[in-house]
Design a protein around this ligand. Structure first.
Ligand SMILES: [Zn+2]
Length: 51
């Protein structure tokens, strides 16, 4: 999971060693501290193949 700010360069990711809960928590902290809008980087949905 990855979250990023729409209004500054702030971003956080589970790839940085955070758990998903920590990522969510820190995203909320950034919003509370700055009022910035934080969005999630959504992974593409799994491709369903119908043969
Ligand atoms: Zn920001």
């Amino acid at each position: 999971m990855s979250k990023y700010c729409l209004e500054c360069d702030w971003q956080i990711s589970t790839a940085d060693g955070y758990t998903e809960a920590e990522v969510s928590e820190k995203a909320i902290e950034h919003f509370v501290e700055t009022g910035h809008t934080v969005d999630s980087l959504r992974l593409p949905p799994p491709v369903v193949l119908e043969n």
